[in-house]
Design a protein around this ligand. Structure first.
Ligand code: HSE
Length: 452
């Protein structure tokens, strides 16, 4: 049995889950892998935590440096979250040549290239399966299983908290704030709830997926990000009547791919041209047709649909948040790290390999979508004609119009489904519509996702 000494930093939801999972399945992993995991040091903020289980007191510290610098510790597991101390921990460990496992999507999003460069420079590895979609092994799928595919699109429900809120709003007519409090109690939500509900957590994860798929690092500021704070019960109900479910989606779409010839190729000597790609990378709430499988992914479950040019459409589903699913992905990284150490192959599958010469993220303004539009309008003749005229002048087509019955009074809802238009054209038209005297509240626009 090959011993692997672990240093674990953080014993919160995920760290506590990892300690429990190791206690439950450590011997199973030992029999499968021929390695024995030994929890050698654990750093915590508060050493009284019940989550520490059977870890002996003399192995517990409140100073992460004691873990990273302990000569016995071979693998460092960073589970504290945040981007400042976590970055220092990961860099310090990598510089010592120690492999690091992290579940920290915010850290990777902000500092990925620096961390991967440090891993390569010091001949070690950074493992991050738990950073995206909890228990779903999507990193391994994109990095290893789909190594032979050009990734055409990724559509992901990657934030469990938002999916939980939207599901309960749809199924129970629940109120946003109450449901958010429940998600926090159940350990899905981030410590800072705006990371979830304003779409930033989903953007961190979507950026990681886009970077893996297209081989250049996508920075968070390149990702158009909208959350779910502005969604109302009314929109969820109207969408449902029209045959759609509103989901917060991370969307990565290959819009264009060209091969760039390098000078040597022009002389006919090198055949392998690397691609230049243009991609859409965005996070927004969208109407998903009920016929699409993502529409039925409920509560804190995540699901990611990946379309590759060889494999076609695939779907990966599972728990995207919470103690055990995230611990499961950390265990998978532990297995990889242990086998890599055992066989001395620390860069067997490098954590991230740039492979496109350039990956330009196309501004959402230039991307074509369909739209759901809800207007609050004066209930009198001629209103529809005024709105249609603005859209007509912008050469934006209407595919259907509904004025739902049962809304009486001076101001009534008017729902328009809009044909393909660029986001820029739609925003300009919306600004004009908002200025019409017959429009009594800011228009609500939600994209309708096309999956083909
Ligand atoms: N807050 C995250 C979510 C946790 O709700 O999905 C998992 O990253």
């Amino acid at each position: 049995m090959y011993p692997i000494h672990l240093g674990i930093i953080g014993a919160g939801t995920v760290g506590g889950g990892l300690l429990q999972a190791l206690a439950r399945n450590g011997s199973l992993m030992a029999s499968r892998l021929g390695v024995e995991f030994i929890v050698t040091r654990v750093a915590v903020r508060n050493s009284n935590k019940a989550r520490l289980g059977s870890v002996p007191v003399d192995r517990i510290t409140t100073d992460w440096r004691e873990v990273v610098n302990d000569p016995d510790v071979q693998v460092v597991v960073e589970l504290i979250g945040g981007t400042t101390t976590a970055r220092e921990i990961v860099l310090t460990a990598l510089r010592l040549g120690k492999p690091v496992i992290t579940a920290n999507k915010a850290l990777l999003s902000a500092h990925g290239p620096e961390l991967f460069a440090a891993a390569a420079k010091h001949g070690t590895n950074l493992y991050y399966e738990a950073s995206v979609a909890g228990g779903i092994p999507i990193i391994k799928i994109l990095r290893e299983s789909f190594a032979g595919n050009r990734i055409l699109s990724i559509h992901g429900i990657v934030n469990g908290t938002c999916n939980y809120i939207l599901t309960r709003m749809k199924l129970e007519g629940a109120v946003f704030a109450d449901v958010l409090a429940d998600a926090q109690r159940m350990g899905y939500a981030e410590a800072e709830p705006s990371l979830d509900i304003d779409g930033h957590d989903a953007a961190h994860k979507t950026g990681i997926l886009a970077s893996l798929a297209h081989g250049r690092w996508v920075r968070p500021e390149q990702i158009h990000t909208e959350g779910i704070r502005h969604l109302s019960k009314l929109d969820i109900e109207f969408a449902s009547q029209l045959g759609y479910t509103i989901k917060l989606l991370g969307v990565v779409k290959l819009l264009n791919s060209t091969k760039k010839a390098r000078p040597a190729e022009l002389k006919g000597r090198v055949q392998s041209a690397r691609p230049q790609v243009a991609v859409q990378v965005s996070v927004y709430p969208a109407l998903v047709p009920n016929s699409h499988v993502l529409a039925s992914v409920n509560f804190a479950f995540n699901a990611i649909s990946v379309r590759g040019d060889v494999v076609g459409e695939t779907l990966f589903y599972g728990r995207g948040a919470g103690q055990d699913p995230t611990a499961s992905s950390v265990l998978s990284d532990l297995a990889d790290a242990a086998l890599d150490l055992k066989h001395g192959s620390t860069q067997r599958v490098p954590p991230f390999v740039p492979h496109a010469t350039q990956c330009s993220v196309v501004p959402l303004a230039e991307v074509i979508s369909r739209y759901y539009l809800r207007l609050s309008v004066a209930d009198r003749p001629g209103v529809l004609a005024k709105i249609a005229s603005v859209l007509g002048k912008a050469r934006i087509g209407i595919s259907s119009v509904i004025q739902p019955e049962g809304h009486e009074g001076e101001v009534v809802p008017l729902i328009l489904m809009i044909h393909d238009a660029t986001n820029a054209a739609m925003q300009t038209a919306l600004a004009r519509i908002a200025r019409l005297s017959v429009v009594k509240a800011p228009p609500v626009m939600i994209r309708v996702e096309a999956f083909s």
